[in-house]
Design a protein around this ligand. Structure first.
Ligand code: ADP
Ligand code: MG
Length: 452
């Protein structure tokens, strides 16, 4: 009976789900119209109860055991290895599993849960402006109603634009409302390191149980797992398990899913299931608001004209902007002088000179080629391949925007193209950007990267 049921279940479920959740179940006996099954641990039991009991009973009915109920026992011994449940029935007591110290098979209690969150990053300290309001609103919606609004939420934007801040704010807000939620923040690198350690010390059960028992998983800078096969594989299964049980997933990246080279297609498509929200470099007003807020928080007395100066003259990277403010504040306090426009000019002189150095066409080509995983030679070549044309046009567009070179000069540096080709490329990119927000972001990020 059980064998037939298994065969049927194997047909109904994906191989991954089948081997993770069904195969480890051990058949004990049938008594009256109860089918007794043994599962490896408490966590497993909860999961099966929430997700698979109906399916198992339906399948039992299909193979003749109509109206049979399944009853579970939890093995008292932690599983030695994946998919090889404890065989010794002497050691089996009904639902009396106590986790061994290292087994961590039961759900960790919320109070012992390490969230990895940075308590400093909260919504009230995040300045919303036109450049980030979409991502900000989406993050608030997710924080107010986890797993019911946008799942997954994918936030992308350039360096220092507030992704880490926002994703932590989501976690902190959820916990504030409901401290029993299991919220966890991970950079994709930390995820990978933990995975590697779990593999090395044969603790994959523990790893999986941990990630699969989360209510909210926040993964920062997911682009780093691109090209890492095993990590992507495991993340994919974690994602599926959480998604299937209606848990919230938030992912950040410095690129749009389609533009992350080396990211598996199946992960890419999952990231696109939910909402993709972008953060653009802040405009002048947002920069001013951020500076005002940060100055107040750090008790730095910042005159209006210095705010104007800072927000007009430099970087769009908020982290850098903050760095300038702190530096200025420290200088003023150490020398006991008030912050004035002259002082700001003086203190930031070196940085500003560096910043205002003219960008070259060669630098642009290098950065664009790198972004699209192409060679600089491809950008200069006459090849009309689809994958080359747009990056090449973007590079031409940026060359015109960011340097003072003429059309023929730019043409020369792109392998001797005539000036009409350059003009056409620029018009083309401008036209495309009008209604393609992804392209707008890409170009914005490239510009940002180049002016750093
Ligand atoms: P990212 O993860 O996108 O590289 P971070 O979230 O680390 O950027 O942000 C860099 C710094 O800038 C942080 O100190 C963060 O608090 C600050 N920051 C970024 N955007 C904002 C904003 N809109 N309001 C207030 N602070 C911001
Ligand atoms: Mg970050």
């Amino acid at each position: 009976l059980w064998r037939e049921t298994l065969e049927q279940l194997e047909q109904k479920l994906s191989p991954q789900l089948f081997s993770t959740w069904i195969k480890p179940i051990e058949f004990i006996r049938v008594e009256k119209s109860n089918v007794f099954l043994r599962v490896p641990n408490r966590f497993f039991l909860d999961w099966i109860r929430d997700n698979y009991v109906r399916k198992i009973e339906e399948t039992l009915a299909d193979v003749g055991a109509v109206e049979y109920k399944v009853e579970f026992e939890v093995s008292s011994r932690p599983r030695q290895q994946e998919n090889s449940p404890a065989k010794n029935s002497e050691q089996t007591k009904k639902e009396s599993f106590t986790p061994a110290p290292q087994a961590a098979s039961a759900k960790p209690a919320a109070e012992n849960w390490n969230t990895n969150l940075n308590p400093k990053y909260i919504f009230t300290d995040f300045v919303s402006g036109s450049s980030n309001q979409f991502a900000h609103a989406a993050a608030m919606a997710v924080a107010n109603n986890p797993a019911t609004t946008y799942n997954p939420l994918f936030i992308y934007g350039g360096v220092g634009l507030g992704k880490t801040h926002l994703v932590n704010a989501i976690g902190n807000a959820i916990l504030k409302k409901n401290s029993s939620m299991r919220v966890c923040y991970y950079t994709s690198e930390k995820f990978m390191n933990e995975l590697i350690n779990s593999l090395r010390y044969a603790r994959m059960d523990e790893f999986r149980n941990k990630f699969r028992s989360m209510d909210v998983l926040l993964i920062d800078d997911v682009q780093f797992i691109a090209g890492k096969e095993r990590t992507q594989e495991e993340f994919f299964h974690t994602f599926n398990a959480l998604y299937e049980s209606h848990k919230q997933i938030v992912v950040t990246s410095d690129k749009f899913p389609k533009e992350i080279p080396g990211l598996e297609e199946r992960l890419r498509s999952r990231f696109e299931w939910g909402l993709i929200a972008d953060i653009q470099p802040p405009d002048v007003e947002t920069k001013q608001a951020i500076l005002k807020m940060k100055a107040e928080k750090n008790r730095i007395n910042l005159p209006e004209e210095v705010i104007q100066f800072l927000s007009n003259s430099i970087t769009s990277n908020v982290r850098e902007l903050e760095g300038f403010l702190i530096r200025l504040g420290a200088y003023a306090s150490l020398t006991s002088t008030p912050i004035t426009l002259d002082l700001a000019r003086e203190v930031l002189k070196d940085i500003l000179v560096e910043k205002n150095k003219e960008i070259t066409v060669e630098e642009i080509q290098k950065v664009v080629a790198q972004h699209f995983s192409l060679k600089v030679a491809d950008l200069k070549s006459p090849k009309r391949l689809k994958a080359l044309v747009l990056p090449r046009q973007i590079a031409m567009y940026l060359s015109r925007q960011l340097t003072s070179q003429s059309f023929p000069e730019i043409g020369d540096k792109f392998g001797g193209k005539d000036h009409s080709t350059i003009i056409h490329a620029i018009k083309k990119v401008e036209k495309l950007m009008e209604d393609d927000f992804q392209l707008r972001t890409t170009v914005g990020n490239l510009k940002n990267a180049l002016s750093r």
